[in-house]
Design a protein around this ligand. Structure first.
Ligand SMILES: [Zn+2]
Length: 127
């Protein structure tokens, strides 16, 4: 894969991640909190915010990652990590390059088609 192709996948993955986070209301929530805190100016917020904040964020994260969208976000983040590592687009089973057409269809994939099929066959046999 060329540098430019890798860059294109990176942009695609980042855009998808932002899109889903926006769908889940995660981006809006953050900016709304900032304006609420500014306009309120009260001491109630500063007393309660730090403690409640981290707890609420942890719970929100736990909830988010339990959903299908949350799973997808973590897959997108894994894929972005692999771009950084230089392992993106390489099958994690046979270590061969995954065809570009497959990556375009499923940008978060870590398996080439034959390995994916082998894995599915195995699952069906053990199920
Ligand atoms: Zn493979």
């Amino acid at each position: 894969m060329t540098e430019q192709e890798l860059e294109e996948f990176k942009t695609l993955l980042e855009e998808k991640r932002i899109e889903i986070m926006r769908d889940l209301g995660l981006l809006e929530t953050r900016s709304m909190n900032a304006t609420t805190a500014d306009s309120s100016g009260g001491t109630i917020y500063s007393d309660h915010m730090p403690e409640l904040g981290s707890d609420a964020i942890e719970r929100e994260k736990a909830f988010m990652f339990a959903t299908r969208d949350g799973v997808y976000i973590s897959q997108l983040e894994d894929a972005l990590e692999r771009i950084k590592d230089g392992t993106y687009g390489i099958c994690r089973v046979c270590a061969k390059p995954i065809p570009l057409a497959r990556l375009e269809a499923v940008p978060t994939t870590t398996l080439c088609v034959p390995c994916k099929q082998a894995e599915q066959d195995q699952k069906q046999r053990t199920a």
